[in-house]
Ligand binder design. Structure first.
Ligand code: ARG
Ligand code: ZN
Ligand code: CA
Length: 329
């Protein structure tokens, strides 16, 4: 339907330019002579040259139509507040809190502290950014252009003491809370406890499904007193997965995380490793980027995404990406 419409637009446009071209040859020279002021104005032939090229090239016409459709979509998104003027996007967040004890019913302030940490980490304005080793400074992502805005907090009291990674918390029929419109909102579930698991996420292929989103245990959500996971980096790590980042070690010995600028490393790192740390994979020794959010180190030991990771995340939220629906309305 839309294509037909644009086809019609371009057709009328083409015919208009045909008549323009004809008048160019016959009437225009005379017209230009009318105003002597105009004679001394500079000319730019771009549009004329373009019209001629469009007239003779169907593929070019198709590209032109697509480009204008894209431009219109962007302008519309901008008007609707779906993209921000500086090219960044702001993801609307729903936080679903499932609590048994009053401590697990975390405060609005704690929830906001997590949103603030996400915004700091994803814009590279985190207070520990200056800890990035000089060796990795040029590989660091800088601002990813992805922001987060808290829209709604849903709370539900439950008798469940401990949850498993089976998505039960995402359905009211299994004592959880149903996701809010997961195509357009990023849902986070904060639960009492998951044993040794701090959190888990769905990847972008799950976009819009009932179970799409991130789960984090209450004691690791936002600024907490649960050192060494007390700085809200569990959510930063899980949101990385939600936006298609793999673990930096590629979930295998010397595995592949599909990011070129993160050095291949043998395995996950824990605690607070000492820099520099060297791993050898396929006979090549590399300095490990263990301070990456997608490793398993302590919250205080992770403080960067790489440039390649930024590109992967941006491709997911781009208008052609699996999570393009995540826009403020
Ligand atoms: N899914 C990981 C886990 O449960 C999250 C690790 C996050 N790391 C962190 N320092 N917060 O272990
Ligand atoms: Zn992970
Ligand atoms: Ca890599």
């Amino acid at each position: 339907m839309k294509k037909l419409l644009f086809g019609a637009i371009v057709l009328s446009f083409m015919s208009a330019c045909n008549s323009d071209n004809m008048s160019n040859q016959s009437e225009n020279p005379a017209k230009e002579d009318i105003s002597s002021a105009n004679m001394f104005k500079r000319g730019c032939a771009s549009e004329e040259v373009r019209q001629e090229a469009l007239k003779n090239n169907a593929e070019l016409r198709q590209r032109f139509v697509k480009l204008e459709a894209n431009t219109e979509k962007f302008a519309n998104d901008l008007k609707m507040g779906k993209v921000l003027a500086d090219g960044t996007i702001e993801i609307p967040v729903i936080v679903n809190v499932l609590y048994r004890t009053s401590t697990e019913n975390i405060s609005d302030a704690q929830i906001q502290s997590q949103i603030n940490t996400l915004n700091a980490d994803f814009s590279a304005t985190n207070s520990d950014i200056n800890k990035i080793p000089a060796e990795f400074a040029s590989t660091a992502s800088g601002n990813t252009g992805i922001k987060f805005r808290l829209v709604t907090v849903n709370r539900k009291s439950t008798t469940v003491r401990s949850w498993r990674t089976n998505d039960a918390m995402k359905k009211s029929s299994t004592k959880g809370i149903d996701a809010t419109d997961p195509t357009h909102y990023f849902n986070i579930w904060v639960v009492s406890d998951m044993g040794g698991i701090l959190g888990y996420a769905t990847f972008p292929e799950s976009s819009g499904l009932w179970n799409d989103g991130v789960v984090v245990a209450a004691k690791y959500f936002g600024n907490t007193s649960s050192a060494p996971y007390n700085l809200g980096r569990t959510a930063t790590h899980e949101v990385g997965h939600y936006l298609n980042l793999r673990h930096i070690w590629g979930d295998a010995n010397c595995g592949n995380d599909l990011v070129a600028d993160t050095p291949t490393q043998t395995t996950a790192n824990y605690g607070k490793p000492t820099y520099p740390l060297y791993n050898t994979c396929s006979g090549v020794q590399r300095s490990v980027m263990f301070m990456n959010y997608m490793d398993y180190v302590d919250d205080a030991a992770m403080f960067m995404f790489s440039s390649g990771q930024k590109t992967r995340m941006q491709s997911v939220v781009a208008s052609s990406g699996a999570r393009s629906g995540l826009r403020l309305y």
